[in-house]
Design a protein around this ligand. Structure first.
Ligand code: SF4
Ligand code: SF4
Length: 348
């Protein structure tokens, strides 16, 4: 399948320094080298992907609101029929004039990362003292501008006790879409103290979200998890309630298995998903620095290295998956988990 959604990594520089970040190394290097995506290159990628049938474009980083031509890029993507969205830490969205400009350019949605329920802990995790107030103001500005939005907390060892408190706070602030994902091992940070050091064991994540879900259900606060865990780690009775409530599996599958998403780095690398930082399938820049895949992306995706990649990806991480009715939704959890953990120990 061709990508229905793309992630355009406009720049890896960021105004936060989150301790768990899967792109921490790339952000460090970007800060020194200030590499950002060339605007003409970005537009060429959008045109080609639109021609391939892509409908959604998520601008991501680093922090995409630091991209100098973000307004022009949102406007351009919108003009060719893409639903332009942001994945942001929300800090620059604390400027309501900037948010209004994004809305006028056509922005349809923004996700805002919140890492804790207090300014102190959020500041510690993001390594920036005033990040919390600005992110919260960013959410308020999105709501005032009537731009669809969600918050997302990345659960790690640093904020595992914060799941319920963050949901209560966001609910109080009128956020309808309160999401969570999990700090996962990544390619770029593999074996390094950055990022992966804060990941929890898959079963710990499953227990944490089960407990938080039950507590928040009693308070009638709806939350959702990007269930990148083996679903069988969640106790069956709780899992079926979560599925009915759309707390997990809101039609989201790991797009890597289906090839329905692609990510583009500033240096031209094309990735299966944003977590494959600097581990590309191929590079789409020619020697002249221009996009070299005009009219050719679909063939590369369907018949080139991506085809081989997909064939390798579709494997069962554990025997039990072969006969599991959830296979295909679950795909055995995010494959990055199995870079660090033995699936036979978890999937029973
Ligand atoms: S597909 Fe595999 S990991 Fe997922 S729920 Fe089934 S047995 Fe567990
Ligand atoms: S491999 Fe799939 S589940 Fe894991 S981070 Fe990428 S998209 Fe998400």
């Amino acid at each position: 399948m061709l990508p229905n959604t793309i992630w355009l990594i406009t720049n890896y520089n960021c105004n936060n320094r989150c301790s768990f970040c899967y792109a921490a190394k790339a952000c460090e290097i970007a800060q020194k080298e200030n590499e950002i995506m060339d605007y003409t290159y970005a537009c060429d990628v959008l045109k080609e992907m639109r021609a391939c049938g892509t409908q959604h474009c998520l601008l991501i980083g680093g922090e995409p609101t630091l991209y100098p031509e973000i307004i022009e890029l949102v406007k351009f993507g919108t003009s060719i029929g893409l639903a332009m969205k942001l994945v942001s830490n929300g800090r620059r969205l604390s400027d309501s004039t900037f948010v209004d400009s994004l809305k006028n350019a056509g922005l349809v949605h923004s996700s805002v990362s919140i890492e804790a329920s207090t300014a102190e802990l959020n500041g510690l995790i993001t390594n920036k003292a005033h990040s919390f107030e600005q992110s919260i103001k960013g959410i308020v500005n999105l709501q005032n501008a009537k731009i669809s939005n969600n918050t997302v907390l990345t659960i790690s060892a640093l904020n595992a006790a914060e799941i319920v408190q963050v949901a209560e706070l966001m609910h109080k602030n009128g956020v309808l879409n309160i999401l969570y994902n999990f700090s996962l091992p990544s390619v770029a940070n593999d074996g390094d103290a950055i990022g992966d050091a804060h990941s929890l064991f898959p079963k710990e994540y499953a227990d944490l979200i089960s407990e938080a879900y039950l507590k928040l259900k009693l308070k009638k606060i709806h939350i959702s998890f990007f269930a990148t865990l083996p679903l069988c780690l969640i106790e069956e009775n709780i899992r079926s309630q979560m599925m009915l409530d759309k707390t997990i599996n809101r039609g989201y599958h790991c797009h890597v298995f289906y090839g329905t998403g692609a990510a583009f780095e500033p240096n031209g690398n094309v990735l299966p998903c944003t977590h494959f930082v600097d581990a590309p399938l191929f590079n789409a820049k020619g020697v002249d620095g221009k996009f070299a895949y005009e009219g050719k992306f679909a063939d590369e995706w369907e018949n080139g290295i991506h085809k081989d990649f997909i064939e390798k990806t579709w494997c069962y991480p554990a025997e039990k998956c072969e006969s599991c009715e959830l296979w295909g939704y679950c795909t055995g959890g995010c494959p990055f988990l199995w870079m660090h953990y033995d699936p036979q120990q978890y999937i029973k």
